[in-house]
Structure formats: structure tokens, C-alpha cells
Design a protein around this ligand. Structure first.
Ligand code: HEM
Length: 459
């Protein structure tokens, strides 16, 4: 009996010892902050850290959230002590679409999947994918010949989906591309809205929205299953991502992926590989239309490269074009927040982050932090040239995340975005139309809310 009382007292003592980061008190967020939860969650995080410092903490319906903005603390969570962290519950909704794919899986299963998938993103593969990008951007340029106005956000969504679709399936996708893309859009939209809803019915409960989501997921999965079956029958040899996923043996266990693992990875690559790159490009064109002087500099860099023809090796001659994309992703990070859950209590920046809580790394706040960036709201690609980048903390710029879970497609994305930007800027000036109503829509990715309508002027 005495032992039990002692244990209880010890537990109460330990709880009292937990020193969470400073922040608003109470079970719910005060309205000063909660008003931003749906309207502009990026602003919510920005304000909390501005008001309470780099390790700010609050309770959200009883869940403790700690928002960290110090690069050293972020490095600790994402890299140095990453084995004590899983992805947070926020990612659970994505599992409805992506199952146990790379983005959503954990532990030794994730490690194995990453080991098998990594060689598919090596330099020689990316070089091969660059020809797909160039073919597809040519089609976009041809389509512009008969247009004076376009929604660049829609154009980029389409091209990035086709590029990753072809990188995965070479020629097999055909007419299925549009059906999969539509189903993916619908399911992502519904899943993202579930992420922002606190009380929701489980997916098995037949509400009209759930039925719509289940149907979209079903369509996608059955089409991808069909593609997997076809590839099993044909036996591979296409040299695309699908061949890698199907036939690469894990170097440690000698195992290959099962069909359902392949399906989860295919859906993960289709989703993670187009939405983000598309947003990065759409915001880049938007920023260039506001800064024609910078667009002219890009064009001046691209011009001599075009004389010999744009290809993968041109990339090394396009450093400024790349810096423009990097700077656009600083101001408009395509994924603006990543979150983790500690497995065991941990200490970050001198404060306790309890097990099962959420640690939020708000990429947007870090990218705009005046302690790490001069004139953080300004659009200045030069800050990414080698001279200005030297000495910058690696975890103060995180468009692709950091640590072992860093984006597997980062080099793919930079190759694709740079070639698309160079091709279009060389041929067209894109300017915002007077009717364009540009606004941010920060769900998990940072989309433009109403698209970005632009006029096209042939150079
Ligand atoms: C500009 C484009 C892109 C951006 C900004 C971006 C951003 C990110 C970020 C921030 C993460 C880390 C998420 C976390 O730690 O919770 C991530 C992970 C991931 N990304 Fe990307 N991404 C881009 C393009 C791509 C492309 C082109 C692909 C594939 C073709 C891809 C596939 C993935 C995958 C599979 C993961 C999970 C990796 C893992 O956990 O092992 N991404 N991405």
C-alpha cells in the first residue's frame, strides 16, 4: 500500500516537474489565436511564436502542441533525436489514400521502403526523367500559341502530374491519367478538409462526403492495381520508377515489395510528386510577374543556354533560375508545416515535450524569421547564391524537410521546376490579369486559393 502511494506521489511530482514551453493557458486556444485555425493556420503559428518565443506551447482540445522555430531545436527533433519521433496524428488522414507509403509509414517498415526506393532517385534516373519534362513543357508552350490568358496554377498541376505519371509508368498510363488525377484531387481535397475538422465520422460511416471519398479512393486503387498487374505480366524492362518499385531487392533482406506496398508507393509518388512541385512553380510565376526585373535576369541567364538546346546538363548553367525557385519556396513553402510526435518525453530547447504530444515545425514561420533572414518578406533570389548562403544554418531553410525523412524527390523536383521555369520564361511573359484574385490556401500544402490567372505575351 505504502509503495503504491509512493508511486502515485512520484507520478504527481513528475507531472508537476514538466515544464512546457510558454504559451496561452487553458484547454482551448483563446479566440485571439483560434480564429485563425481554419482561416489561416500559418498565421496562427506565426503569432504564437512571435508572442511566446521559439518553443511556444499550447493545448488544443487537450492535445499539447509545441511549435518550435529555432533551427538547432528543429535539427534535434528532425535529425539528431529522430528515432524518438513518429509522424503526428495529423498524417493519419493521409493514410486513407497513401496506406503504408513512404510519407506515412514508420519504423523499420519505413526504413526498408526507403532503402528500396532510394536508388530510383539517383542522378542517372533523374537525368532520364528530364526528357519527359522537356517533352511535356513543349506541349504546354504549344497550347499557349492559341491562348492569351491562362491559369498558371492549373497548368502546373497538369504538367507536374503527367511528368510524375510518366516517370512512374512510362507509356502505360494513357487515358487512365485523367481518371486517376481526378480521383486523386477529389480524395486529397476531402482528406485535407477532414484534417481541419476536429469531430468527424469514421470513414466507414456512410455520410455523403465519406461515400464520395471512399469511391474516389476505390477508383484510384483499382486503376493502380490494374497497372501493377499489367507490369507483372509484361515483366518490366521499361526503366521507369515502376520497374524499380517492382523488381528492386532490398539489399539487407533480399525481399521485393508486395503488390499492395507498390500500390501505396505509387499513390504516394503521384500525390507527393505533383502537388508540391506544381505549387512551387505557380508561386514562382506569380512572384516573377510582380518582379519583372528578376524575370529579365532569369531570361538573360536562360538565353545563351537555349542556343545549344535545353537538357539535363544545362542545369549547371542555370544557377540564378534555381535560386529564384528556392526563394519562391522560402516565401511560399509548398509544404508549410511538418509535425512529429515524441515516443517518450523529451526536452527541446529547455522545455518538456511530452510523449504523444505534437511538435510542430512551421516551415513558413522559420522562413520568415528575421533572426535568420534579412528583410524576410522581400523577394531576393541572390540570398541563395553560394556567397550569401555560406554560414546559414541548414535547418533555417526547410522546403524539403530535414533529417532521415527529408523529401526523397527533392532533386527530381528541382530539376523539373528549373527546366519548366527556364522554358516558359524564355518564350513568354506571364503577367497577372486585373481580375486575378490571388490568395493563399494553406491546407497541408500551400495552394493558391482561386488559381492564378495570367496573361500570356510571346517574347
Ligand atoms: C517542390 C517540390 C517538393 C516539395 C516542396 C516537397 C516537400 C516535402 C517535405 C517537406 C517532405 C517531408 C515531410 C515530413 O518530414 O513530414 C517530403 C517528403 C516526401 N516527398 Fe517531397 N516534396 C516535393 C517534391 C517531391 C517529389 C517530386 C516526390 C516524388 C516524385 C516527392 C516525394 C516525397 C516522399 C515519398 C516523401 C516522404 C519521404 C520519407 O518520409 O521517406 N516529393 N516532401
Amino acid at each position: 500500500m505504502i509503495e503504491r502511494i509512493e508511486a502515485m506521489l512520484f507520478s504527481v511530482y513528475m507531472t508537476a516537474q514538466k515544464k512546457y514551453g510558454p504559451g496561452p493557458s487553458g484547454f482551448f486556444l483563446p479566440s485571439k489565436y483560434s480564429q485563425y485555425f481554419k482561416k489561416d493556420p500559418m498565421e496562427l503559428f506565426m503569432r504564437i511564436n512571435n508572442d511566446y518565443g521559439p518553443v511556444a506551447s499550447f493545448s488544443f482540445f487537450g492535445i499539447r502542441i509545441t511549435s518550435i522555430t529555432n533551427p538547432a531545436d528543429i535539427k534535434y527533433v528532425l535529425q539528431e533525436n529522430s528515432s524518438n519521433y513518429t509522424k503526428s496524428i495529423t498524417y493519419n488522414e493521409l493514410k486513407h489514400i497513401l496506406g503504408q507509403g513512404l510519407l506515412t509509414s514508420e519504423g523499420s517498415f519505413w526504413k526498408r521502403q526507403r532503402r528500396i526506393s532510394q536508388p530510383a532517385f539517383k542522378k542517372s534516373m533523374i537525368e532520364g526523367f528530364s526528357t519527359i519534362v522537356l517533352e511535356e513543357v513543349d506541349k504546354v508552350l504549344k497550347s499557349y500559341q492559341n491562348k492569351s490568358i491562362t491559369d498558371i496554377s492549373e497548368d502546373m498541376m497538369k504538367i507536374t502530374f503527367i511528368v510524375v505519371g510518366k516517370a512512374l509508368f512510362q507509356k502505360d498510363l494513357g487515358e487512365r491519367a485523367e481518371l486517376i488525377s481526378k480521383a486523386l484531387d477529389t480524395s486529397l481535397e476531402l482528406v485535407l478538409s477532414r484534417m481541419q475538422t476536429i469531430f468527424k465520422f469514421p470513414l466507414s460511416f456512410p455520410t455523403p462526403t465519406n461515400s464520395k471519398l471512399n469511391h474516389a479512393i476505390q477508383v484510384m486503387k483499382s486503376m493502380v492495381d490494374e497497372l501493377i498487374l499489367e507490369r507483372r505480366k509484361s515483366g518490366g524492362g521499361q526503366g521507369d520508377l515502376m520497374d524499380f518499385l517492382m523488381f528492386t531487392k532490398d539489399e539487407e533482406t533480399g525481399e521485393t515489395m508486395t503488390d499492395s506496398q507498390i500500390r501505396d508507393e505509387v499513390l504516394t509518388f503521384l500525390l507527393a510528386g505533383h502537388e508540391t512541385t506544381s505549387n512551387a512553380l505557380a508561386w514562382t510565376f506569380y512572384l516573377l510577374s510582380l518582379h519583372p526585373d528578376i524575370r529579365t535576369k532569369v531570361r538573360e541567364e536562360v538565353y545563351p543556354v537555349m542556343r545549344t538546346g535545353l537538357n539535363y546538363s544545362s542545369l549547371e548553367n542555370l544557377p540564378y533560375t534555381k535560386n529564384v525557385i528556392q526563394e519562391a519556396m522560402r516565401l511560399y513553402p509548398p509544404i508549410w508545416i511538418i509535425e512529429r510526435t515524441p515516443i517518450k518525453d523529451d526536452e527541446v530547447g529547455g522545455f518538456t515535450v511530452p510523449a504523444k504530444s505534437i511538435v510542430s515545425v512551421c516551415i513558413n514561420s522559420i522562413h520568415k524569421n528575421k533572426d535568420y533572414w534579412i528583410n524576410p518578406e522581400g523577394f531576393d533570389p541572390e540570398r541563395f547564391n553560394p556567397e550569401n548562403s555560406s554560414g546559414r544554418h541548414g535547418f533555417s531553410y526547410l522546403p524539403f524537410g530535414g533529417g532521415p525523412r527529408i523529401c526523397i524527390g527533392n532533386h527530381f523536383a528541382m530539376m523539373e521546376a528549373t527546366l519548366i521555369l527556364a522554358s516558359i520564361v524564355h518564350n513568354y511573359d506571364l503577367n497577372l490579369t486585373s481580375l486575378a484574385n490571388v490568395a493563399k490556401n494553406p491546407l497541408v500544402t500551400l495552394r493558391p486559393k482561386n488559381g492564378i490567372e495570367m496573361s500570356l505575351h510571346k517574347i
